[in-house]
Design a protein around this ligand. Structure first.
Ligand SMILES: O=C(O)CCC(=O)C(=O)O
Length: 292
């Protein structure tokens, strides 16, 4: 089965060896650099679209869980967000005119007690919903494995075939990064445990999934980190938000930040510490025009 056949059948796919050892070594160094930058802050910090999400962990203290939009300050990570190998993987799904709505580094620091993600569909984050059209066919999330991903270090878990269930608004009242993959959440939806697939990856492998695929990940109980570089893309015509990634297949550079997830960008562009949810409009609706 090709990855495109697997994506159509299961709602997710794995491309083995999408990136080489040298690529991953460079990306891993940038993870370390971004982590050192992030941990200069006492708590979650935002500057425009860049966000360091830092939580106080009972076991290790300040814990950088993820960073949004490292590519504004890392030329290397910016290069990989528009890498031709990524385009070759997503082009058959969403074409050659592509915007980007996710650019994220995820760490699961060993020793921390909170590193899991509860089961969810990414559709919940595509807000305001009116800015997105044809979500099911226009949007794809990708994750490049930097470390081996295994059940013991909190690999992704995806429910096979759940992309056909549409928007289930799962757990939208709580943050996904403060939970874990609870079987009871699936049972409540009538989903058998046998449909859950552990996404085992080697460094350089790439996983992709759609906006309705139910997924989450468990805690890291090992001594190895589980880093992933996430890039989420959308067919440009079907989205009013996002940074351009490819125009006619040509890579687009980042300029002055535009509205993507942080809808307060123009009202509060200054560097600041974040109290409360990082993206305040994630649960709500606002009206177009967005980019005024
Ligand atoms: O990387 C993970 O473990 C979870 C990431 C995730 O669920 C997401 O980005 O939607």
């Amino acid at each position: 089965m090709t990855y495109l056949e697997q994506y159509a059948a299961d709602g997710f796919a794995i491309v083995r060896g999408a990136f080489e050892e040298d690529d991953i070594a460079c990306i891993a160094c940038e993870f370390d650099r971004m982590k050192a930058e992030g941990l200069k802050h006492p708590r979650s910090f935002r500057h425009k679209n860049i966000l360091y999400l830092i939580k106080e962990d009972p076991l290790i203290g300040r814990n950088l869980r993820f960073m949004h939009w490292p590519s504004y300050i890392s030329p290397l990570l910016a290069r990989y967000r528009t890498d031709p190998r990524l385009l070759a993987i997503i082009e058959p799904l969403i074409g050659r005119d592509i915007k980007q709505i996710i650019n994220e580094l995820i760490w699961k620091t060993p020793g921390a007690c909170q590193t899991g993600y509860s089961y969810h569909q990414d559709a919940r984050f595509r807000r305001p919903a009116s800015a997105y059209r044809s979500l099911a066919s226009a949007y794809v999330q990708t994750a490049i494995a930097v470390d081996p991903h295994r059940p013991e270090n909190g690999c992704l878990r995806i429910v096979r075939g759940s992309h056909r269930l549409g928007d289930l608004s799962i757990g939208t009242q709580q943050s996904v990064y403060q939970g874990s993959t609870e079987e009871s959440d699936l049972r409540a939806l009538g989903i058998p445990h046998g449909d859950v697939v552990d996404i085992i990856l080697e460094p350089g492998d790439l996983a992709l999934w759609g906006p309705y695929a139910i997924h989450g990940s468990g805690s890291n109980t090992s001594t190895l980190d589980r880093r992933a570089y996430l890039n989420g893309y959308v067919r440009a015509d079907d989205c009013d938000l996002g940074e351009w990634a490819f125009h006619g297949g040509a890579p687009c550079e980042l300029g002055e930040p535009v509205l993507v997830q942080y809808m307060e960008l123009y009202r509060r562009p200054d560097p600041h510490y974040v109290e409360g949810p990082p993206n305040p409009y994630v649960q709500g609706e606002i009206s177009p025009p967005y980019n005024e």
